[in-house]
Design a protein around this ligand. Structure first.
Ligand SMILES: Cc1cc2nc3c(=O)[nH]c(=O)nc-3n(C[C@H](O)[C@H](O)[C@H](O)COP(=O)(O)OP(=O)(O)OC[C@H]3O[C@@H](n4cnc5c(N)ncnc54)[C@H](O)[C@@H]3O)c2cc1C
Length: 403
């Protein structure tokens, strides 16, 4: 039995699904749109467990979707926060080189940022750096003035509010359990009923590959979950950090490297690291989901990745299990911090698409299949870029099946 019929259904009410939905309401106000979310509120997973940084776009390969959508998305995010009174701040960040071999990579980052259209990037030496971050010790630092901070859970709530105000529905507690497709129509079965649609957009984050399989498609990569853990800097010591302090990233894993973030709430935290999670929504070491675990350990991509990067993986586990190792990584940038300055903080789980040969899918990936569009890889900076991703996904869907 069908409960209702919709022109478009979106699965997932994280920052990406909601931004796509918002764009549908703006571009196609007459379409009947339904967003299905398994949790009882929006932003319960990656979108509510992140660093809250509005990334500038300095890291990403020029011409990539990440680079283009991050730069335009960051500007759109700042404007959105301003328009809707969401707390945010363009505080800038410093990327610091502490070893001589990092200096060429820092210079490369400056070139990359400029190629991506960023302005105001500047390399500074130890004499000038204290003006920006007085407690940082570095050989050189790259100043990135356009980086900002916000709270993406609040952004998601506002997206949902605007979607509802436009007459569409965000249905929570509606886990998608089955998808049946015929030539033109799709039936989406959920814990709250079955819904008929002509167009389906999969924005299920950590479960986007499973939804893709449910829709009868074979994803070219599988989601491997990586937990990122944070420590909070105790308030008595948070004057050691003014805004955002990042190490020079390893070009193979731009998401690795613990950093300091002054949150929009004013607190400072440090992290996240990246360890293989034993559950897709496993926020603690002890969280294990047998299906998720089996899915990771029986996947060739996980083993190939482990074979290639086992050293880096072990170092991340070491930092996860040993607070001193975690703090040592931070002391490279701010030598004054000590173990007692930190208390355990929150965590988040990243959805990283990994190919069967162990390669991490680097760029955002939107994969069409008939009247279904799968958003299969939207790791950081997807929260920053969400409004631009929304436009890009709806543009793709419009060409394929909405217009
Ligand atoms: C630790 C960490 C730090 C990060 N820091 C930043 C940062 O500072 N800046 C930045 O720009 N990005 C950052 N990111 C990345 C960013 O948070 C994510 O890229 C973004 O939130 C992805 O959004 P999403 O909507 O795809 O996923 P999610 O937020 O995970 O949303 C997917 C939704 O789908 C729902 N869902 C899944 N399966 C089903 C089903 N069967 N039925 C119905 N609903 C379902 C889930 O419940 C969930 O709500 C960070 C990520 C992490 C984990």
């Amino acid at each position: 039995m069908i409960d209702s019929r919709h022109d478009v259904i979106i699965i997932g009410a994280g920052v990406v699904g909601l931004a796509v939905a918002l764009e549908v309401t703006r571009r196609f106000p007459r379409l009947r749109l339904l967003v299905l979310e398994k949790e009882d509120s929006v932003a319960r997973h990656q979108s509510g467990h992140n660093s809250g940084v509005i990334h500038s776009g300095v890291y990403y390969k020029p011409g990539s979707l990440k680079a283009r959508l991050c730069v335009t998305g960051a500007a759109a995010m700042i404007e959105f926060c301003r328009q809707h009174g969401i707390p945010h701040k363009v505080c800038g960040k410093v990327i610091v080189a502490t070893e001589p071999e990092e200096l060429p990579r820092l210079e490369e980052l400056r070139c990359r940022g400029e190629a991506n259209g960023l302005t105001g990037l500047r390399l500074v030496g130890p004499a000038e750096l204290p003006e920006f971050e007085p407690h940082v010790s570095a050989l050189k630092a790259l100043l990135v003035p356009s980086t900002g901070i916000t709270d993406y859970a609040l952004v998601c709530q506002k997206y949902a509010e605007l979607i509802s105000a436009a007459g569409s529905t965000v249905l929570t507690c509606a886990k998608v359990t089955g998808i049946r497709r015929s030539a033109n129509e799709i039936v989406v079965e959920t814990r709250r009923g079955a819904f008929l649609t002509n167009a389906l957009i999969n924005c299920a984050g950590l479960f986007s590959d499973r939804i893709s399989q449910m829709a009868g498609d074979i994803p070219t990569a599988k989601i491997v979950p990586f937990r990122g853990e944070y420590y909070d800097l105790i308030p008595e010591r948070d004057s050691l950090v003014r805004s955002l302090i990042y190490p020079v990233p390893d070009p193979r894993f731009p998401f690795l490297g613990v950093h300091f973030t002054r949150r929009i709430s004013g607190n400072v935290d440090a992290g996240p690291n990246a360890v293989l999670a034993l559950a897709r929504e496993g926020y603690r070491h002890t969280d294990i989901n047998l299906r998720d675990l089996a899915s990771s350990v029986t996947y060739s991509g996980t083993w190939q990745m482990a074979r290639r990067y086992w050293r880096d993986g072990l170092a991340e586990w070491h930092r996860s299990l040993s607070k001193s190792a975690f703090v040592r990584a931070l002391q490279r940038m701010v030598p004054e911090v000590v173990d007692n300055d930190f208390v355990p903080g929150g965590s988040g789980v990243r959805a990283q698409a990994v190919k069967p040969d162990g390669t991490l899918v680097d760029d955002f990936q939107f994969v069409p299949s008939g009247n279904v569009l799968h958003v299969l890889n939207v790791p950081s900076p997807a929260a920053t870029a969400s409004l631009a991703i929304g436009k890009a996904v709806v543009e793709t869907a419009a060409k394929l099946f909405l217009e």
